[in-house]
Every structure is written in structure tokens, then in C-alpha cells.
Design a protein around this ligand. Structure first.
Ligand SMILES: C[S@@+](CC[C@H](N)C(=O)[O-])C[C@H]1O[C@@H](n2cnc3c(N)ncnc32)[C@H](O)[C@@H]1O
Length: 330
């Protein structure tokens, strides 16, 4: 693992030790790069979620106990993982209580002072993908990196389209930064959850749009209507099957997704292209996205490649799986 600078190490220690007052959700142990191959532990507010490929060893149990006692966690849940780390956060296996108190069906977590609804009972995930924290913050602060704002026009509220929106956490951050958001997902349940996340952050969901539908279909419809956005977010699952648009595989189809989405980005607007398909290398992904944008007749005029956050360290055994490119298009 490459060693982060000491300020970043300090920030990571603060986050993981529970001394960061703004954020009470993070990854505490991220497999091999943290010295625990096959073990992943998240802090989710008052609870811990342990994910492992095998039953916990004594040493792992002790580590869990000591994290629990340091963070004064009320309860600990465990989830069995598929072998590949890249599939872990999207595992369908539901979590089982292994220590302490059961969590309520829904509970709240805080990230950058914003509130999100979480649950251990909703299968797919807990409601917030922790590895997207820094991208959420980029939206919230309207700053991708020094000198590179997300929204660069001075007049009017920016408009964003958040496709594959899940529980709309990226929309919440954009809305808190003053944007008018449209969140699009194939799951009515997740969009309802998203509306609840808006309420939790003093945002009226009725001031924003929530579209229950297929991204590929809706991109075409919105383009036909001539809609243009200051930012379009793409964060599809590795595979998606819909009755309307059929099968999408990130590995082979991301280019065409980027092409069709680029038609919705206004001049000098942004595309955020994300992918967590481990089988797609960052170089292949970048090439696919660039090709799609070029085929759509657009040019990239500014770009930034986001790294996995510090609490998701990488090493040779477990290279980065998350890819996130912020692209300004002419
Ligand atoms: C990887 S998650 C997105 C995570 C989200 N961007 C975030 O940061 O919280 C994928 C989401 O895509 C949705 N989805 C899958 N296929 C879809 C499709 N064809 N059209 C719209 N949404 C889809 C799923 O319901 C799920 O909520």
C-alpha cells in the first residue's frame, strides 16, 4: 500500500476512531491493505457491519470486540461475502446480528453533517455506499479539487440528473449545494427512501423530481425533449437487466451509456462516470468513457479521476475497484 501523507493519516485515524464529529459512518477495516485479508468492517452510526469470506477466527472476533468497545457500538452484524472483494458491498446476503443489540428497522447515520436513513433489513445494501463519501462531498462543497468546481455558472440553480440514483444520497448533496435534482432509478422503494433522505436534510422532495424507470429508456426520452443538465451522474451496477432496455454489462456497454448521456450535458456541463466493476481496469474504463463521449460528438475539456477514499486503502492483493471520473464537456 502506498503511504498517505501524515495529514491524511491523521484524518483517517480521526474518522476511524469516532472523533470526527461530522461523520459517523466509515470503513474501519478494508481487507488485505489494512492487514486483514478477507475481512471488512464498517461503522454505521451505532452499529458495526462485519463482512468476511469465512467464519470469523478468534483473532478477528477479538478485533471486532475491541472496535465495538472503542466505538461503544450497540450491536454487531455479520454478512458472508462472495470471494471477490469487488462484489462485497453489493452482496445480496442479508446481515445477521452476532453481538449486542438489534438495530431498529431503520436508523440514521451522519456524513458531513448530513443525515441518511440506513437499514440492515433491506438486502442489497444498507442505504449508503460508503466508498462514494468523497464524491458526495465534492458535490456538497461544489469543489472537485482546487480550481475545479462542479457547477461553474453564476446564475440560476444548476440542474442535475442522477441516474441509477439508489437512495439518492448524491442528489441530497447536490440539492444542499443549491441544485435542482432529478433522481432516476428502477426501484420505487429506493426512490421513496431517497425522498426520506431529502426530508431528513430539510429539503422538500416535492421541489425535486424522482423518476421511477429505466435509465437507458429515460436518457432517450429526456434527450428527445431537449433536456440539458449541468451535471449527469452515471453509477450503474456491473450488470443490469431491464424489461425495456435488456441487458447492460459495464464491461462491454459503458461506452454507449456515456455516449447517450453526453447528449444531456449542457455546454461546459459535467459528466460524473462511476463504475465499481472489478473486471474493468481504470485504463479500460477511461478509454470506454472517452470513446463514448467522442462518439457523441463531445470533447472533454477538464477532468479529474477520484481515488478510493482513505478508509478503502488499496494494495497489490486488492487493487482499487472503484472508478470515478469527473469530466467537463465542451
Ligand atoms: C450502484 S447502485 C447506485 C449507487 C448510487 N449512485 C449511490 O451512490 O448511492 C445501482 C442502482 O441502479 C439501479 N438500477 C439498476 N438497473 C437500472 C436501470 N436499468 N435503470 C435505472 N436504475 C437501475 C438499482 O436499483 C440501484 O439502485
Amino acid at each position: 500500500m502506498s503511504t498517505p501523507p501524515s495529514s491524511a493519516r491523521g484524518a483517517l485515524r480521526k474518522l476511524r476512531s469516532g472523533r470526527n464529529q461530522k461523520t459517523n459512518v466509515c470503513r474501519l477495516i478494508h481487507g488485505a491493505a489494512d492487514g486483514w485479508a478477507g475481512l471488512y468492517i464498517d461503522r454505521l452510526a451505532d452499529y458495526l457491519l462485519v463482512q468476511s469470506e469465512r467464519p470469523l477466527t478468534d483473532a478477528q472476533q477479538q478485533t471486532v470486540q475491541s472496535l465495538r468497545s472503542n466505538l461503544k457500538s450497540k450491536g454487531v452484524y455479520h454478512k458472508h461475502l462472495n470471494r471477490q472483494i469487488q462484489n462485497t458491498s453489493k452482496s445480496n446476503a442479508s446481515a445477521r446480528l452476532i453481538m449486542g443489540l438489534e438495530a431498529p428497522e431503520f436508523f440514521e447515520a451522519t456524513e458531513h453533517h448530513l443525515r441518511y436513513r440506513l437499514s440492515f433489513n433491506e438486502g442489497y445494501s444498507t442505504g449508503l455506499f460508503l466508498d462514494m463519501r468523497e464524491n458526495r462531498h465534492r458535490l456538497l462543497s461544489n469543489l472537485i479539487e482546487p480550481g475545479f468546481p462542479v457547477f461553474d455558472r453564476g446564475v440560476g440553480a444548476p440542474k442535475i440528473l442522477n441516474t441509477f440514483a439508489y437512495t439518492c444520497s448524491l442528489s441530497v448533496c447536490a440539492a444542499r449545494a443549491g441544485a435542482i435534482t432529478t433522481s432516476l432509478d428502477l426501484s420505487q422503494k429506493y426512490l421513496e427512501w431517497g425522498r426520506e433522505n431529502f426530508h431528513l436534510n430539510q429539503l422538500n422532495p416535492d421541489d425535486h423530481d424522482f423518476i421511477y424507470g429505466d435509465t437507458f429508456d429515460w436518457i432517450k426520452r429526456l434527450a428527445k425533449r431537449g433536456e440539458q443538465y449541468d451535471l449527469v451522474i452515471l453509477d450503474p451496477p456491473t450488470f443490469s437487466r431491464s424489461k425495456i432496455s435488456g441487458l447492460f454489462r459495464a464491461k462491454s456497454d459503458y461506452g454507449r451509456l456515456a455516449k447517450s448521456a453526453s447528449a444531456l450535458v449542457r455546454k461546459n456541463g459535467m459528466l460524473l462516470a462511476c463504475c465499481n466493476a472489478a473486471t474493468l481496469s481504470p485504463a479500460e474504463f477511461k478509454a470506454d468513457v472517452r470513446r463514448g463521449i467522442r462518439d457523441g460528438g463531445r470533447k472533454i475539456v477538464q477532468h479529474f479521476q477520484a481515488m478510493q477514499p482513505k478508509d478503502f486503502p488499496v494494495d497489490q492483493q486488492e487493487p482499487a475497484y472503484l472508478k470515478a471520473f469527473w469530466l467537463r464537456l465542451n
